[in-house]
Ligand binder design. Structure first.
Ligand code: IMP
Ligand code: MG
Length: 182
């Protein structure tokens, strides 16, 4: 699996150090507020687990499951919600946690859906990574771990065709791995 990686962008220790900083910031900002963290499955699983264990606030945790990629490396442009019920976040301050901000379609769709149907007091966004690119939807995350160039990455929760999520680091796949069926 590791031999499929061309370049490591962030080693495990660097990720953990940055997660420490983000958690401290979030803890300061949400002290005394009714916070619900909503993790975007599946990519945000590792990040959310590490982040939340460093936030000593009486928060609630929920998840949403959306799909926009359908297995390739380009977004399909359509965001589907997989579950029937949305999180119970009425009147809550919501922090949506995702692995990566790319086109912006996913986090834009989630933010809209929450404001339209769930009555949150506020919705803010936290992503481990943010790609430097022109977004299809102009969304901004208030908490960002690292900015990266516009290239396809895997590891620490992020996949290519459901593989590589369990790598402890974030890396760029060798180009041939995204062209052949693996
Ligand atoms: P967006 O809707 O284009 O912003 O994409 C967000 C979602 O696409 C993320 O939650 C990831 O699941 C997936 N994604 C975007 N870029 C990458 C990548 O480089 N590697 C793995 N997954 C990605
Ligand atoms: Mg995702």
């Amino acid at each position: 699996m590791e031999t499929d990686i061309e370049r490591i962008l962030f080693h495990a220790a660097a990720i953990q150090a940055r997660v420490d900083e983000l958690a401290a910031e979030i803890t300061r900002d949400y002290a005394g507020k009714e916070l619900t963290v909503v993790a975007v499955l599946t990519g945000a699983l590792m990040f959310t687990a590490d982040l939340l264990r460093r936030i000593p606030l009486p928060l609630k945790l929920d998840c949403v499951s959306v799909a926009s990629y359908h297995g390739g490396t380009e977004t399909s442009g359509e965001v589907q919600f997989d579950q029937i019920s949305l999180p119970d976040i009425e009147g809550r301050h919501v922090l949506v946690v995702d692995d990566i901000l790319d086109s912006g379609l996913t986090l834009d769709a989630i933010t809209r859906k929450f404001y339209q149907h769930c009555g949150p007091q506020s919705v803010r966004l936290c992503t481990l990574l943010s790609k430097r690119r022109v977004r299809i939807k102009d969304v901004e995350a208030q908490y960002i771990g690292f900015e990266i160039e516009d290239e396809f990455v895997v590891g620490y929760g992020m996949d290519y065709q459901e593989r590589y999520r369990n790598l402890p680091f974030v890396g760029v796949l060798k180009p041939q791995r995204t062209q052949e069926e693996i």
